[in-house]
Design a protein around this ligand. Structure first.
Ligand SMILES: Nc1ncnc2c1ncn2[C@@H]1O[C@H](COP(=O)(O)OP(=O)(O)OP(=O)(O)O)[C@@H](O)[C@H]1O
Ligand SMILES: [Mg+2]
Length: 173
């Protein structure tokens, strides 16, 4: 397991920018597991990633949809990047249900992001990037504006795929 890297996220745009920076390191076959309280910014981060990857459709909070596939849009030079598979495992009891979704893009062809995936999605691949998002809690919450306050992301990479990848390069300059 790599050393953990922690990043301050003062605003939603900082969280989106972290997602966008991830597009530079993620490639087809990669799995990202997002953990964090309700409203911590998991979907916001995925939106930044999706925008930077260049995919079809809007990354949204899937209320009744467990997984959404976003095919890659062609780039200016005609090539395409990986698809984005965005999974919300909140209501998912087991991985069998994920298998049962029968996604068109295989994991090999996609960057797969699983919200609430801890304890479930690890079985998909040996390698993964874990991102924990923490929002202010308890006495640190501004009662006037509970959505405000700096969040923090902790990134940890697991598996050979990530050997030699410097996650601190994702830190904003
Ligand atoms: N620093 C920040 N990072 C991310 N989101 C922020 C930040 N500050 C405020 N917000 C707001 O908090 C909300 C985060 O919602 P989001 O849907 O991304 O959370 P989530 O972790 O996906 O929640 P859920 O568990 O319901 O799926 C958004 O409305 C966003 O604009
Ligand atoms: Mg979400």
């Amino acid at each position: 397991m790599s050393d953990a890297v922690t990043i301050d996220l003062p605003e939603a745009d900082t969280t989106r920018a972290l997602g966008a920076a991830l597009a530079g390191v993620l490639r087809a076959g990669d799995l990202v597991i997002l953990t964090g309280d309700l409203g911590a910014g998991k979907t916001t981060l995925t939106q930044g990633l999706g925008a930077a990857l260049g995919i079809r459709g809007q990354v949204a909070s899937p209320t009744f949809i467990v997984a959404r596939e976003h095919p890659p849009l062609p780039r200016e030079d005609g090539t395409r990047g990986p698809a984005l598979v965005h999974v919300d495992a909140y209501r998912l009891g087991s991985l069998d249900e994920l298998d049962a979704l029968d996604l068109d893009s295989s994991l090999d062809e996609s960057v797969t992001v699983v919200e609430w995936g801890r304890g479930l999605a690890e079985a998909l691949t040996e390698d993964r990037l874990e991102i924990d998002l923490q929002r202010p809690r308890g006495g640190d919450v501004d009662t006037e504006n509970p959505e405000a306050g700096t969040r923090h992301a902790t990134l940890r990479a697991v598996g050979d795929r990530w050997a030699g990848v410097d996650l601190s390069a994702l830190l904003p300059a």
